[in-house]
Design a protein around this ligand. Structure first.
Ligand code: B12
Length: 641
């Protein structure tokens, strides 16, 4: 890169909402990369800032008026509880937020005494935890936190308090608000831009006004020459466009670029010119190369026709410009930087009392990729045709541990979440060896394929390198369907691998799936029996059943006949495209199956009903499992094949 014009600066923004416990890593990656190329770059997390503004003394005070108006129109227990205790909410919110930021640990005692925080309807769930009423003197949270789990218990109570306040915000201001997604439905697989356009044209509400003020402050503070809006998920799109609208109103000439996981997945066939009323450029896939090209263009060093993977609007039409230039290799993308993000202000919420959920939503994990893309890239339910899966590139273990050490030095945090779709076992092994060689002390967790390369020896080595948890797909626990999915693992293998991780003291979470093409009721009952046995044998500690969704970029979506299904026609879509409906001739009622699977797994995680006949979880008649009750125990006894 040539010397930069003085004062030229890139501002990357994380729009609301992504997550609150730690920054989503895209701006950290892009900022680190741009700086490594000599380009001045800064970043701000407006998702965190918005929540901190709304859930502050001034924010909660300002909520009274819309809450009163809403209560007059539609009275509700949530609004009534809030208005009755409004002064206490105003008085307690700043100290509670500080506590959730890890700033005032001794407040836990007061919160736990249950006289400090006002308790709205969300606290009713404490009774559902199965303990006796308050008069009995028993602690309804004792089963989860015991007698000494002071901090966690208080964090859970403080989270219920915030959830009550979020309910008020939803009822009084905007029903689309959530802590980890905002107005998600407006963007998810939306064939038309109309709902978003209408929402953006509506008069700004309290949340919009707060976000506009934060955006203006960011512009003021950084005086950027280019703004990057990163939208990893559909739940960040609406607010990103609100931010863009504010920028356009304040600084009409300032170029804005949109990119990120949502764009890379859902906007590949974009033809909607109205999106360019908000942003000027939209880039696909890894941002590094398109951004270098765009910056050169904006600085007058490259013609517009030589942009890389970039949508623009020309004469009212969307045009895709893609000068084929190689991507920046993973080895050369530089080290992400968290510089500028307020790392001591993220919130450690403790919502669901599930250990894996806790890793996602609690703790200031640094997010890092071990490789770019997926080394396996065959699973037929996955978007294997997209760059973030198909372009597999690694970096040496030395480079990775250099990055890790630089990040620890910068952030002071030693926890890492490896955000790969499936971290490659060879790279993890090399990483563990390099960590051992240098004596680097970190904790880490991430997602893998439970493949047989993960031997007990390797799992031990990974545990020694700091691995505390692993998740992986067992998907539909059925050898027939695993083969159809091209997952490359069998149920017996998964049992041995998960057991090896668990025996090494690592928390194991299984991603499970139902509703895959051709899946029968018998397959589902058998899958649940396998899962039951995996819990019984101490192979997995946690799991979640997701309903299979067919996407246009996956092998099932691209070759449905190979999977025995037909796709429902997609509307002609100028905007987002991702999920596609399909017809499976098996005609199974997967909703009924899903109810049973979710109930069962929730109970298994709490050690309940693990011995019971799996048919007892279903509310419809189902056949007996064909799986032998000792099947997993036998697989574990066999030597690995
Ligand atoms: C790890 C992960 C998770 C984790 C952690 C999430 C988190 N908050 O950190 C968990 C399991 C919790 C998760 C949950 C979800 N996830 Co997820 N997740 C991922 C995954 C595998 C990696 C994300 C990551 O950290 N990448 C590393 C960063 C650096 O990459 P990046 O964000 O893509 O940024 C690069 C480029 O996109 C680009 N870029 C990014 N921003 C910008 C901006 C500009 C201006 C430019 C030019 C470029 C640019 O440059 C960056 C560097 O190259 C991705 C798939 C993937 N491989 O990327 C899915 C993915 C982002 N998730 C996805 C989804 C849908 C979700 C959920 C909504 C699922 C659900 N229904 O609950 C939730 C949302 C959770 C939340 N609110 O936080 C989708 C989003 C696609 C879409 N349809 O919009 C993805 C793409 C996977 C997929 N195809 O289904 N996820």
């Amino acid at each position: 890169m040539l010397p930069q014009p003085s004062g030229w600066r890139v501002l990357s923004l994380i729009p609301p909402m992504t997550q609150l416990n730690t920054p989503y890593p895209s701006t950290a990656y892009l900022t680190g990369f741009l700086r490594s190329r000599g380009i001045a770059a800064v970043q701000q997390d407006l998702a965190l800032e918005l929540v901190l503004a709304l859930f502050s003394r001034a924010g909660v005070a300002a909520l009274a008026e819309p809450a009163r108006a809403a209560a007059a129109a539609r009275p509700s227990p949530t609004l009534a509880a809030f208005l009755d205790e409004h002064e206490r909410y105003v008085a307690t919110v700043d100290p509670t937020i500080r506590f959730l930021q890890g700033g005032d640990a001794t407040l836990a005692h007061r919160i736990n005494a249950r006289r400090y925080l006002p308790e709205g309807p969300r606290f009713a769930q404490l009774d559902a935890y199965g303990a006796a009423d308050d008069d009995s003197g028993e602690d309804p949270l004792a089963w989860a936190f015991g007698a000494l789990g002071l901090q966690d218990r208080a964090r859970h109570l403080a989270t219920l308090y915030l959830n009550d306040l979020a309910d008020v915000l939803r009822e009084a201001v905007d029903p689309r608000f959530e802590f980890v997604r905002y107005a998600e439905k407006l963007a998810t697989a939306q064939p038309t831009f109309d709902p978003l356009a209408a929402a953006l044209a509506a008069a700004p509400n309290l949340i919009d006004r707060e976000l506009a003020a934060l955006t203006e402050a960011a512009l003021e503070r950084h005086a950027p020459s280019l703004v990057l809006l990163s939208v990893p998920f559909p739940g960040a799109v609406y607010a990103a466009l609100r931010i863009a609208a504010t920028i356009k109103a304040r600084r009409p000439g300032l170029p804005i670029v949109l990119g990120g996981g949502f764009v890379n997945t859902e906007l590949r066939e974009l033809a909607e010119p109205r999106l360019f009323d908000y942003v000027d450029y939209i880039t696909l896939d890894a941002g590094e190369r398109p951004l270098l090209a765009l910056i050169e263009h904006l600085q007058g060093r490259r013609g517009r026709a030589r942009l890389v993977r970039t949508f623009v609007r020309e004469e009212g039409q969307v045009k895709y410009i893609n000068l084929a230039e190689p991507d920046v290799p993973f080895e050369d993308v530089g080290t992400p930087t968290w510089d500028g993000l307020p790392l001591d202000r993220y919130l450690s919420l403790l919502d669901m009392l599930n250990p894996m959920n806790r890793l996602w939503s609690d703790g200031r994990w640094n997010k890092l990729t071990v490789a770019h893309g997926c080394y396996w890239k065959k699973c037929s339910f996955c978007d294997v045709s997209l760059d973030y899966i198909s372009r597999y590139e690694t970096a040496s273990a030395e480079t990775l541990v250099d990055r890790i050490e630089a990040i620890v030095a910068e952030t002071g945090a030693t926890g890492f979440h490896f955000v790969d779709e499936a971290a490659p076992p060879k790279a993890l092994k090399a990483l563990a060896e390099e960590i051992a060689r240098r004596g680097t002390a970190i904790s880490w967790w991430g997602n893998v394929r439970f493949e047989k390369t993960f031997t007990p020896e390797l799992c031990e080595r990974l545990a020694e390198s700091g691995c505390v948890a692993i998740s992986g797909g067992l998907e539909v626990a059925s050898d027939r369907l695993l083969a159809l999915m091209k997952k490359g693992v069998s149920v017996d293998q998964v049992a041995r691998v998960t057991k090896a991780f668990a025996d090494a003291g690592i928390l194991v979470h299984a991603y499970l799936m139902y509703g895959f093409p051709t899946q029968t009721v018998q397959d589902t009952v058998d899958a649940l029996e396998y899962v039951r046995q995996l819990f019984e044998n101490g192979c997995i500690h946690s799991g979640f059943f997701h309903r299979f969704a067919c996407t246009v970029h996956s092998p099932v979506g691209q070759r449905p006949a190979d999977y025995g299904v037909t796709l429902l026609p997609l509307p002609d879509s100028p905007f987002a495209k991702n999920d596609v409906g399909f017809h499976d001739p098996s005609g199974v009622d997967h909703d009924a199956m899903g109810r049973a699977l979710k109930k069962a797994i929730y109970n298994f995680m709490h050690g309940i009903g693990v011995e019971a006949d799996v048919r007892s979880w279903f509310d419809v008649r189902v056949p007996k499992p064909t799986v032998h009750r000792q099947r997993i125990a036998r697989a574990l006894a066999e030597p690995a094949r």
